[in-house]
Design a protein around this ligand. Sequence first.
Ligand SMILES: C[S@@+](CC[C@H](N)C(=O)[O-])C[C@H]1O[C@@H](n2cnc3c(N)ncnc32)[C@H](O)[C@@H]1O
Length: 412
Amino acid sequence: MNANPLQISLFAEVAGAYAAAPCGVLDNESLYATVAERIGTTLEAMDMRTPIGRAGVPRSTAKRKIRWYQQTLKQLGVIEHAGERGVWRLSENAGKDLHRAATGIKLVAFSTELGIAIWGNHQDVFRQINEPIALCISSPPYPLRKARAYGGPDERQYVDFICEALAPIVRNLVPGGSVVLNLSGDVFEPKKPSRSLYLERLVLALNDRLGLALMDRIPWVNYSKPPSPTYWACVNRVQLTTAYEPLYWFTNDPDRVRSDNRRVLEAHTAQHQRLMASGGDGRNAVYGDGAYRIRPDSFGRVTAGRIPRNVIERGHVCSDTAAYRRHAKAMGLPTHGAMQPTTIPDFFIRLLTQPDDLVVDPFGGTVKTGLAAERLGRRWLVTEWMLEYLRGASEMFCEFAGFSMHECMMAI
Ligand SMILES: C[S@@+](CC[C@H](N)C(=O)[O-])C[C@H]1O[C@@H](n2cnc3c(N)ncnc32)[C@H](O)[C@@H]1O
């Protein structure tokens, strides 16, 4: 008998309970009983209640998790048995040793107690989801002239491509929920050193078509980027080399936006600590034609930390990326060509969500969004259509509670 049912992969057991039920039909009480039996515990143990949420209402967390998996499975109509020939039957060869999920195919590649990574086209997944989403954070393929191995739309298709991807997600966004997109400013007009205005067109379209309000454009400054644009900066010498990518933050309801900068406070500088310790600035001054005033006690109040500036300085170096590369190499898998450091989703998940909220990423890549969400105790749902990326990423999740991988993935 297992004393702690929460340590079990409830996702796999819920799926198994449905697979074993006559015609796949199971009412909730029978589902709880079947899952309890499958994991070797009792209904009473499963009923153990703990206070949940701000109100601290006692609820059974095990049953709650079972319902989340059950609902997700049902909504997705996820394929659980991939047949004798495994996943290869379900994939298309995308070249460069990558296998893309064939149209309509979606399979739970791996899952934990908190989240699910689905191998499939995001369109086949999010259109069927009916679950409140607190945050969508994603780094979609950029409209590059020379596409990455995983492909991507060109600049003319881009606005429709992103709007179509986000529409079903925005439909489920909670009031004040957010969408954060990591895009590229390095898209140029054909044969010119002038930049494309696709980002401006995209922002307007997201506002016009999906009702998203722009909260901020945050530069992700990365001085370790290789010098680019190669032709216009290094050969033709008319441009400067790029040091940032823009992160666009939108919400569906600015009046109720759920961000809270107290969740991302940074340590005060030594100078500011001295200022607080001395009781303030000491000066009496007016700047900006009266817009700013410094009083002797200004900056003297002791606060918990510094409110971050709206510029994110992060290099590419990331221990998760390094670990992913090691796993991919050991398994002979192609590595991903455009990974984010986990610190990017980590920052926005903390700023924009609370524990147990649902965070999604339709363009999952190596599932960095899922990794950050998992560590922060948020639920997550990520889609990625290249099998090899998910297989490499799955190794990063083995240690988390309830980890389970689809049997077909193990053959890769
Ligand atoms: C820029 S990468 C994301 C990288 C990710 N943030 C990371 O850190 O690993 C974009 C990803 O979107 C995936 N993708 C593109 N179109 C897709 C689609 N229609 N459905 C699911 N995934 C898709 C690509 O295979 C690629 O891995």
